[in-house]
Design a protein around this ligand. Structure first.
Ligand SMILES: [Zn+2]
Length: 398
């Protein structure tokens, strides 16, 4: 039996017309659609028939006049060819569940809806909020998540998705075996990591949320910084299950722990370790594992960041040259320190407090050179947009 990637094969994938940003409509009059600042659900991967709360924060300078919530329920199954499919669940919810009329219009509005019946085993849920403003423009945003018993244990469980895994950061959380008795126990912490962390950082917030899809592994993993009791460094270990390592969906993995030393917060390749209760760390480590950025401080080993758009240079002249080429004052470079006989510079002035630099627990921003790297990275992903949609439609209707 050929078991294929679920996201590739789900036959309803062609329904993705309403992705973030694509659902917006405005015109040349200067009025814009409303902005959706946050959209959440909880609990993540809800169990069978568990109450699910959907929440939305939106703003519009001219006033929000209405908000509507739509929920679509799919049943996951494997057909006779071994294809994993999601089909509209017979008798399941399919469409509008609630409308909030806002009069007089409000500049900011938050709504919350408790979906009391929850969802049965083997569900996949698509929920959409549509926000309208006083000028008659609207914006929609949609997300998808698994609910109830997950039928494909060899595949990471989608907890916040918006489409096929291509052109996205597909980050799978893996529970540290020493921290959690089972992977589901980690879900309560991931809420803060995703909605209180990734979705609030300037590299990911707003429309950029669409580039990130989150999953978790039902199997646990292991992390060890390799520091031995005598202080010497042994073998570093960051093991994720084969179902994550070999996944055709997951592109990055985060090993989630609660070790209160900073020792287990590190990245190697596309994997990293992060503390469950410190969202800043999760974003910082993703700065390494996803964006290829380097630390803007010296902590032991050091390396140059990835090209193009370095945030870290092994020569002062290279850092100055980078500033010049990018239209910034060449003399704003900062020496960040020396280790093992080699010194390092960042192209940014000291007052720019970057999340790659400061070991602080505040959610700091990526600063100018890092943001150029972030923008370049998303450009490489070829963001979803009208062209993507047109190509997709052409593929379906040649
Ligand atoms: Zn770091």
């Amino acid at each position: 039996m050929v078991v294929q990637s679920i996201s590739v094969c789900w036959r309803w994938i062609g329904f993705f017309f309403c992705l973030i940003g694509l659902g917006a409509c405005g015109d040349a009059s200067g009025r814009l659609p409303p902005t959706i600042t946050a959209m959440t659900y909880e609990p993540l991967h809800p169990g069978n028939k568990i109450v699910v709360t959907f929440e939305l924060d939106a703003e519009d300078p001219g006033g929000i006049t209405s908000i509507e919530l739509f929920v679509y329920e799919y049943a996951l199954t494997e057909d006779e060819d071994g294809m994993r499919v999601g089909k509209a669940r017979e008798g399941g919810q399919w469409g509008s569940v609630e409308t909030w009329s806002i009069s007089p219009p409000k500049v900011t509005e938050s709504v919350s809806y408790k979906y009391q019946s929850g969802f049965p085993p083997e569900s996949y849920v698509r929920y959409i909020f549509q926000v309208k403003n006083s000028a008659g423009y609207s914006r929609s945003e949609e997300w998808l998540f698994a609910a109830g018993d997950w039928p494909f244990p060899d595949t990471p469980v989608p907890i916040l998705a918006n489409g096929p895994p291509g052109k996205r950061v597909n980050l799978t959380f893996v529970a540290d075996e020493e921290t959690y008795t089972d992977a589901a126990e980690m879900l309560g912490d991931l809420d803060g990591v995703i909605f209180g962390g990734y979705h609030t950082n300037n590299a990911i917030e707003g429309d950029r949320r669409r580039y990130w899809q989150f999953y978790y592994s039902l199997e646990k993993g292991q992390i060890d910084d390799g520091v031995l009791s005598n202080g010497t460094i042994g073998k570093k270990v960051l093991d994720v299950p084969e179902s994550v390592q070999e996944s055709r969906v997951s592109t990055h993995a985060a090993l989630v722990h609660k070790d209160d030393t900073i020792n287990q917060n590190w990245a190697v390749g596309t994997k990293f370790g992060t503390h469950a209760e410190h969202p800043r760390v999760a974003v910082h480590e993703a700065g390494h594992a996803v964006f290829g950025l380097a630390d803007e401080q010296i902590i032991g080993l050091h390396s140059v960041s990835s090209a193009p758009h370095h945030n870290n240079f092994s020569s002062e002249e290279d850092a100055k040259k980078y500033n010049e080429e990018n239209g910034w004052d060449r003399n704003e470079v900062q020496k960040i320190g020396c280790t093992r006989g080699k010194c390092w510079w960042k192209p940014e002035p000291a007052e720019l407090q970057c999340i790659m630099a400061v070991a602080d627990d505040k959610m700091l921003a990526f600063q100018r050179s890092c943001i150029r790297r972030v923008n370049w990275y998303y450009g490489q992903l070829e963001p979803l947009g009208p062209r993507w949609l047109i190509n997709k439609l052409k593929q379906q209707n040649p």
